[in-house]
Design a binder for this molecule. Structure first.
Ligand SMILES: Nc1ncnc2c1ncn2[C@@H]1O[C@H](COP(=O)(O)OP(=O)(O)OP(=O)(O)O)[C@@H](O)[C@H]1O
Ligand SMILES: [Mg+2]
Length: 437
């Protein structure tokens, strides 16, 4: 509780702090209660006002209520009466503030990045995003490369109460261990040779906001331990520091590998996985949600070519719908980007599509038996029961298929798959893939 001796002093106090309830006398020196009420009500987010008066007349009471006072009490009043009134007024103010926050949040929802979601699978994703975004829960987004994990991470941030703070992303596969450590946690001057000044880590820059850890399963084990401690204690040490820094960050992580498998392989700590996958969102591969292909194609064409993009002929559209998209939405985007450049007379026909899309020969949808004579090496793996086999096996087969398509050209393969060359190299190593002579 704060006390001011007159109206002007009260205004100054209100300027400096966030007050829920204002109790004020009507008769005061310098600025009387009515004038104070008038001035207070002009401000954004005013407190609820309760007017106290020695000689309440009906007129002053009516005027006070007209000016927006919550209520008035005439002296002498009972302290329990005052107590009840203050509580009610405070409740009202808090409801009003909550309401404003919710409205602002609703307004932000229309700021949801465009995520095409025609299929049931993607609708479910949107539902989960909307559900989890306003909480502080960590989220793990899984899905093959190019399925939209980064897009979803952004959406979670934008729909959260942290939307006005920063969204910081770090690709855990992009740096070697020591660099990654100083990127993430920062360092003090003199922490190692070359560390001239203090550098703030990304975890610190994300304070109050969201830290997006992309490809988290690539994080080296030693850093996994440090990250886990930082999440658990909500604090961390800069490299070479003796004092802890406290942070309030929300962690959103992504991986295109099967996290349980990575844990089983001993490359990822189970306790860290448990910390970050409190809420998991899985993005279905594009080939398993063909309903999204056409709306995505139209959406991406507008993005790439403006409001009147070239039109897809029915044959071209059919080819897009039939293709298996190992690189998912990113590959679809690349394919359309190329088609827009090649298109003539505002049309995209089969000839503007890459050969593997326009003339698919070898892919067999999971669960559908391969027609006799189709090359098994490029077909999706299907076990004896007809069910798709493990995620790793699917990925391995897709990489293999893309390698064969490009004659083992790694650059082109990475492009088709919609992954970076460094990711491709890692996968080749992981899966022990070598060209058969
Ligand atoms: N549902 C969607 N609606 C609109 N655009 C999408 C959708 N899904 C993906 N995209 C677009 O496809 C591209 C690839 O998406 P994104 O970068 O989010 O994939 P990713 O899962 O993070 O891939 P990687 O694992 O390779 O990092 C982006 O340009 C993204 O905007
Ligand atoms: Mg990504």
């Amino acid at each position: 509780m704060q006390v001011a001796s007159d109206g002007e002093a009260a205004l100054r106090l209100l300027e400096e702090s966030n007050v829920d309830v204002l109790l004020c006398d009507i008769n005061m020196p310098r600025m009387d209660g009515m004038e104070l009420l008038r001035r207070v009500r002009e401000r954004a987010n005013p407190p609820e006002a309760i007017m106290l008066t020695g000689h309440a007349t009906v007129e002053t009471a009516i005027e006070a209520m007209k000016l927006g006072a919550y209520d008035y009490l005439s002296k002498p009043y009972h302290i329990t009466e005052l107590d009840a009134l203050v509580r009610q007024a405070a409740d009202k103010r808090r409801l009003r503030v909550d309401n404003q926050r919710l409205r602002a949040q609703l307004a932000r929802q229309s700021a949801m990045p465009d995520i095409v979601s025609e299929s049931d699978a993607m609708r479910e994703v949107i539902r989960l995003v909307e559900r989890v975004a306003p909480s502080d829960a960590s989220v793990l987004i899984t899905g093959e490369s190019g399925t939209g994990k980064e897009l979803v991470a952004h959406a979670i941030h934008r729909l959260s109460n942290r939307a006005d703070s920063s969204f910081i992303d770090l690709n855990c596969a992009a740096f070697q261990e020591s660099l990654l450590e100083s990127e993430l946690f920062g360092y003090e001057a003199g922490a190692f040779s070359g560390a001239k000044g203090r550098k703030l880590g990304l975890i610190e820059l994300a304070d109050g906001g969201t830290l997006f850890l992309d490809e988290i399963t690539e994080l080296p084990l030693q850093l996994q331990a440090k990250l886990l401690r930082a999440i658990e204690t909500r604090s961390f040490y800069r490299v070479g520091a003796v004092r802890k820094v406290e942070v309030n960050v929300r962690i959103v992580a992504a991986t295109n590998r099967n996290p349980d498998q990575v844990v089983a392989d001993g490359a990822f700590r189970a306790d860290l996985l448990y910390r970050i996958n409190g809420f998991q969102i899985n993005l279905t591969p594009l080939r398993e949600r063909p309903d999204d292909i056409e709306p995505l194609a139209h959406y991406l064409l507008k993005q790439l070519a403006g409001p009147t993009p070239p039109e897809l002929t029915p044959e071209a559209l059919e080819a897009l719908r039939a293709y298996h998209w190992p690189g998912n939405v990113r590959q679809l985007r690349n394919c359309l980007e190329r088609a827009v450049l090649l298109s003539d007379q505002g049309r995209i026909t089969l000839s503007e599509l890459p050969p593997e899309v326009a003339r698919p020969t070898s892919y067999v949808r999971p669960g559908i038996p391969a027609p006799a004579g189709s090359p098994a090496s490029v077909a999706a793996p299907v076990d004896a029961s007809g069910a798709p086999s493990s995620l790793r096996e699917v990925e391995r087969q897709q990489i293999l298929a893309a390698l064969e398509q490009t004659g083992w050209h790694r650059g082109k393969t990475a492009e088709i798959l919609g992954i970076s060359p460094s990711t491709l190299y890692r996968r080749l190593r992981d899966y022990n893939l070598e060209r058969r002579s």
